[in-house]
Design a protein around this ligand. Sequence first.
Ligand code: ATP
Length: 248
Amino acid sequence: AQVETLLEVNNIEVIYNSVILVLKGVSLKVPKGGITALLGGNGAGKTTTLKAISNLLHSERGEVTKGSIKYRNDPVHKLDPAEMVKRGVVQVMEGRHCFEHLTIEENLLTGAYTRSDGKAAIARDLEMVYEYFPRLRERRKSQAGYTSGGEQQMCAIGRALMSRPETILLDEPSMGLAPQLVEQIFEIVKSVNENEGVTFLLAEQNTNVALRFAHYGYILESGRVVMDGPAADLRENQDVKEFYLGMS
Ligand code: ATP
């Protein structure tokens, strides 16, 4: 059966401060129910691509100047960020932005603020998040600012889940975390994808781990997609091995 394309980015250009051309024609497709990875080194344009999709470029003085972005076939690149959330697209920012002075549980509940389906449904989802992240349950009364980097990353993903998203844009979940923790977080992403049907587009510099968990990958270099394919093919590709997987 044909898999539905949820998100389609078509040949977008992004310019910062009216002069700096950072994305030079990026195209990608995100199928419903998949995990799609956006790979590439520092400064390749991964974060910019995610922010273009969730309409978060404005506060950075960035602008999509060419191309189109469609979600469920609707043009969305003129919408405001809150409208994207309403349509089911939430971004988990790089650097795991939690509210430091709130507890873990309060942080999670802030993720549900746009919902109108009542307390019982929200309580059920809080329970769901705690089942995926037992560590968050243990730390639920702790002030987020005093929890570890891994716990804050979990909190940021958990908070996104509390909005009952259809699609999560996950920016650099591995950043600054020990390998074992990175593995744990990717395992959870995988089970959320499989059990809840949440679609993921994740930006990662850690090609190795991303290609083990994603179904499909795009590799960005200097604002252009230089290669894409099923994750299993990319893992076997000689150039990918040499330049991104650190082996030859
Ligand atoms: P990283 O993993 O370091 O975040 P990335 O692949 O996500 O890398 P981007 O953050 O999208 O890359 O950055 C792409 C390019 O855009 C970089 O050269 C960066 O310096 C530039 N850039 C990012 N944000 C801005 C901004 N607000 N104003 C001007 N240039 C920017």
